[in-house]
Design a binder for this molecule. Structure first.
Ligand code: UGA
Length: 441
């Protein structure tokens, strides 16, 4: 096998894997992507990205006919083709438990290993509890006919909405390896990124696994910190957005991830901090991360508080009211509704008897699948028409730039809940709206 330009496979073509596969082709590699979901593979083969990610469709189209990117459902084909295999499958939260469900990771290793007949490197990218890599190495070695197969762990830090940029130009690369050979191979698989000056940190398996959960725990904690300050601001009449602005100028604190509001959701931050709590418990160090329970609770309280802000505007009951919910995705520039705070609030209002009308530029289809009982519309205009309360729950540009004077005549009552602290209260109040936000007077 040449260390110059190894051939790559990507196992699991969800948000992470599909992006990784396409970006690696862009970086000059020959890549094969595998998924067990035939429909997903069928769409990728036709040049369609099965989810919304800015910039990715263009890149897929660019490389679709290059002959350097293909997709399959066959592990045999993948093992035959590639020298370095990236495992990018999901690790969702187990139902009714805090811990991560590792069945897809285990299935990927179990399915790939028997087909590995020559020396190759398998690289885990999925977010996993510490100790998983060592376990997967054992599992793989027990199943592969080639005893030279090695494992590396390479956590992924991409953000949805910026996935292409984060993959092509990451902040850092973390390589958890057990041998010089594995380090050489993984360096060869990221050569253009390393040549561009990206910092590389080479670690053992456990550190590589922990880097990822530690990073996401820190980000979640930062968001919950500012949201805890929002609670104190409400009790004192202070404005959390000004407070964040002021403390963020201290370079040691910084402005990023200090946006207060409805809090964090998505397929990563919430389940990662819970899986970390569960794993720390197993390791006997639960006290070390017990603060993460508080981080989670502060975050969930934001949703309850947003419901109260709406109620405050309509005499204490949602029954018989029409509520325009703007946003269903867990954040803008995504169609992902996994643990979406916006959708959670919308569903709660629905359960309380409100007529919820939801508009989101990209996430309607996904939202409808999970909450078919709610009403979905195709435009902002339709959502606003006749609304008793309008709630901005995901900060898409289209919502941040609404003109309160222009949209005033469309709604039944000028009541706005700014769930993401993105509107100017002065401007909205001047246009006759009653304005409520989390942590702002
Ligand atoms: C997150 C991490 O940021 C990535 O580095 C990581 O790779 C990824 O998880 C993962 O583990 O795969 P992502 O889930 O795409 O990325 O979303 P973020 O941009 O981190 O946002 C998470 C949530 O926090 C969103 O609901 C967002 O609205 C919320 N948020 C973010 C805030 O409420 N305030 C902020 O200041 C920033």
């Amino acid at each position: 096998m040449s260390t110059e330009r190894p051939k790559l496979s990507v196992i699991g073509t969800g948000y992470l894997g599909a992006t990784h596969a396409v970006c690696m082709v862009e970086l000059g590699y020959d890549v094969i992507g595998l998924d067990v979901d035939e429909e997903k593979i069928g769409r990728l083969k036709k040049g369609e990205v099965p989810f919304f990610e800015p910039g990715l469709p263009e890149l897929l189209t660019k490389h679709a006919n290059s002959g350097r990117l293909r997709f399959t459902t066959s592990y045999e084909e993948v093992a035959e083709f590639a020298d370095v295999h990236f495992v990018c499958v999901g690790t969702p939260q187990k139902k009714g438990e805090y811990s991560a469900d590792l069945r897809y990771v285990e299935a990927a290793f179990t399915s790939l290993a028997p087909h590995l007949t020559r020396k190759s490197l398998v690289v885990g990218k999925s977010t996993v509890p510490a100790g998983t890599a060592a376990r997967m190495e054992k599992l793989m070695r027990s199943l592969t006919p080639c005893k030279d197969v090695e494992l590396a762990w390479n956590p992924e830090f991409l953000r949805e909405g910026f996935a292409v940029e984060d993959t092509l130009r990451p902040d850092r690369l973390v390589f958890g390896v057990h041998s010089d050979w594995a380090e050489q191979q993984i360096r060869a698989a990221f050569a253009p990124v390393i040549e561009a000056g990206t910092p590389v940190i080479v670690t053992d398996f456990a550190t590589a696994e922990l880097v990822k959960v530690a990073a996401n725990s820190f980000l979640a904690t930062k968001i919950s910190f500012i949201n805890a300050m929002a609670e104190v601001c409400e009790a004192t009449g202070a404005d959390v957005t000004q407070l964040a602005q002021a403390i963020g100028h201290d370079a040691r604190i910084g402005h990023r991830f200090l946006r207060s509001g409805l809090g964090f959701g998505g397929g990563c931050l919430p389940k990662d901090i819970r899986a970390f709590i569960a794993r720390a418990g197993e390791l006997g160090v639960d006290q070390a991360v017990s603060f993460l329970r508080e981080v989670d609770e502060i975050n969930l309280r934001r949703r309850a508080r947003t419901l109260e802000l709406g109620l405050d505007l309509i005499d204490g009951t949602y029954r018989g009211t029409r509520i325009a919910v703007l946003g269903a995705a867990f954040k803008p520039n995504s169609d992902d509704i996994r643990d979406s705070p916006a959708l959670d609030v919308a569903a709660s209002i629905g359960r309380r008897g409100g007529d919820v009308v939801i508009y989101d530029p990209q996430a309607i289809e996904n939202a409808r699948r999970v909450h078919p009982e709610l009403i979905y519309v195709e435009s902002l205009d339709e959502a606003l028409t006749g609304a008793d309360v309008t709630m901005v729950l995901t900060e898409w540009d289209e919502f941040c730039s609404m003109d309160p004077a222009a949209i005033g005549p469309k709604v039944a009552q000028r009541n706005i809940v700014d769930g993401r602290n993105v509107l100017d209260p002065v401007q909205w109040r001047k246009a006759g709206w009653r304005y409520r936000a989390l942590g702002r007077p």
